[in-house]
Ligand binder design. Structure first.
Ligand SMILES: C[S@@+](CC[C@H](N)C(=O)[O-])C[C@H]1O[C@@H](n2cnc3c(N)ncnc32)[C@H](O)[C@@H]1O
Length: 527
């Protein structure tokens, strides 16, 4: 047997890896690698062995190296179990979790880890069981509530942003999906009729024809390969081809007498949509307003909102961070060719309608018969039972009798995101009341001393308020990247104590910066 392919037990593996990597590798680290199929388990009657050569291969691989280098940067107490690096994107965005984009979501598996009844060497006891009530005072798009439902746990969410509550509640409703489907078909048919009268169909057809000829000539299949190999300078070549195509585009705009810009640019909807797209949005919105069934109406509103988000006048690369409205063809680095702005919402509306029905159907099969609702309120001051009473008296009664078992939440952090602003297109169209001034830690207030002070006060007000509705021996879990070390003060002000901290690596972040990054899940209890 080759020296490196010898079998060793878990304890030996941890000792060997500790000396090989010159850092502490515990038995549980090795078990984790086995559990998630990174290395093979050998033997099954009580004695577990692993192959040393497999361990060497793992620690030299991309995943192994990443774990090592992240622990070097962030500390060896990083709990790699909570990286969920074995979970595919389809799982982290499963069923209703991808009903609408939302910046600042946590992944459902993280919620599951703390709400479900498993234990491991980090989570040594369980905190919630079927029939308990969990609260998320910063519910956002409702991840905690959806996972609570899957696990048979009742849940209350609170969010200051009416649009976020809408997204959360649409995920949680029980539907007659045939009704949603009928309304979708009706709207799509009407939009098709509306479009058949418009010159945009012929215009787009001609434009697409011209673009495909141009792209085939100048961006052949090996174009990206040549860019990557340094044979083509994408920046100058792309800009040159963009300029070359523009006269063709302008000619077509003239030929079909297309009006691109709207007459004013006062609101988000005025500024960020090509005139025809805006008209179609308004047209569909009018149709949605006439839908009688309120749940269906809300679902269609979320589909329209998701469609609107994809139809803003921006490049494919800038969808997440809008720069300037784009109303002409442009070189697209994402697709490696010249792309066009959107002139109609139809394709996206159809695509998202189908996707929404599929996702609601998938979740429908997993649902438990429990209560979940998201309330649009300020968590600092809400009277939970009173507001709930109006929405769902039975649930309110349960909360009064049984009380809330604990909290699982990810609060905003200081100066990172403006939660109303990220969906301003929806606020403009639906006319929801904005309450930006009640948001805790908004981006607009920055990250300075004053912002931090007011953040500490805000979060502790929320915790003090929520305590009134919880059992005495509650468990509070707060997910935060507390780089300013504010949570010890917040905890103190809330009459709580930190009893444990789970340090979790955050992988696959969508932001450009893909560096090592961790967040902490604070476990708090009454002091
Ligand atoms: C980090 S996000 C939560 C995301 C959520 N965990 C998810 O997966 O979708 C924080 C949320 O707190 C909300 N928020 C900010 N201030 C609030 C307040 N005073 N009361 C209630 N919610 C607030 C924001 O609107 C935002 O949706």
């Amino acid at each position: 047997m080759a020296l490196n392919s010898q079998l060793i037990n878990i304890k030996e593996a941890s000792e060997w890896a500790t000396s090989y990597l010159r850092r502490n590798i515990t038995s549980s680290n090795i078990s984790y690698l086995i559990q998630y199929g990174r290395i093979k388990k050998i033997g099954d009657n009580g004695d577990t062995f692993v192959n040393k050569s497999e361990l060497i291969k793992y620690y030299n691989s991309f995943y192994g190296q990443r774990e090592i280098s992240w622990k070097e940067k962030l500390g060896s107490d990083l709990n790699w179990h909570l990286s969920f690096d074995n979970i595919k994107e389809a799982e982290t965005t499963k069923h209703v979790h991808r009903l609408h984009p939302y910046k600042g979501k946590f992944i459902p598996q993280l919620v599951e880890y703390f709400l479900d009844t498993h234990t491991d060497e980090y989570k040594k006891e369980t905190f919630f069981k079927k029939g308990d009530i969990v609260l998320d005072p910063f519910a956002g798009s409702g991840t905690t509530l959806v996972q609570a439902n899957e696990l048979g746990i009742h849940a209350i969410g609170i969010d200051i942003s009416a649009f976020n509550s809408l997204i959360a509640n649409v995920k949680l409703e029980k539907y007659e999906l045939s009704n949603v489907q009928d309304e979708i078909s009706n709207i799509v048919n009407k939009l098709n009729e509306y479009l058949s009268d418009s010159k945009f169909v012929a215009f787009e057809e001609e434009l697409l024809g011209a673009l495909s000829k141009f792209n085939a000539a100048y961006f052949p299949p090996d174009y990206k390969y040549k860019v990557n190999a340094g044979k083509i300078n994408e920046y100058t070549y792309g800009a040159k081809k963009e300029t070359e195509f523009l006269p063709i585009y302008r000619e077509l705009i003239k030929k079909y007498r297309i009006k691109l810009k709207q007459d004013n640019s006062n609101t988000f909807l005025d500024k960020w949509y090509i005139e025809n797209v805006r008209k179609e949005i308004e047209y569909v919105f009018e149709l949605i307003k006439n839908i009688k069934d309120i749940k269906t109406k809300k679902t269609l509103s979320v589909i329209l909102s998701r469609t609107m988000r994809s139809c803003r006048a921006t490049t494919h690369a800038d969808l997440a961070t809008l720069k300037e409205p784009i109303i002409a063809t442009y070189y697209c680095s994402k697709h490696g060719k010249v792309c066009k702005p959107l002139f109609s919402i139809l394709n996206w509306l159809e695509r998202y309608s189908e996707d929404t029905i599929n996702r609601l159907t998938q979740f429908g099969k997993l649902r438990t018969n429990t209560y979940q609702v998201c309330l649009t309120e300020d968590s600092k001051t809400i009277n939970i039972t009173e507001v709930l009473e109006k929405k769902n008296p039975d649930f309110a009664k349960l909360v009064k009798n049984q009380k809330i078992k604990g909290i699982f939440t990810s609060p905003p952090y200081v100066g990172l995101i403006d939660y109303h602003e990220q969906h301003s297109y929806a606020y403009d169209l639906f006319g929801f009341k904005r309450k930006d001034n009640l948001e805790i830690g908004p981006l607009s207030k920055g990250q300075g001393r004053e912002a931090q002070e007011s953040y500490i006060i805000g979060i502790s007000e929320v915790l003090n308020n929520c305590k009134k509705y919880m059992i005495k021996n509650y468990d509070v879990f707060i997910v935060a990247n507390d780089k300013n070390n504010l949570y010890p003060q917040i905890t103190e002000k809330s009459g709580m104590k930190i009893i444990n901290q789970f340090k979790r690596p955050v992988l696959n972040r969508t932001e450009k910066d893909k560096g090592a990054y961790s967040e902490i899940i604070f476990h708090l209890k009454e002091k």
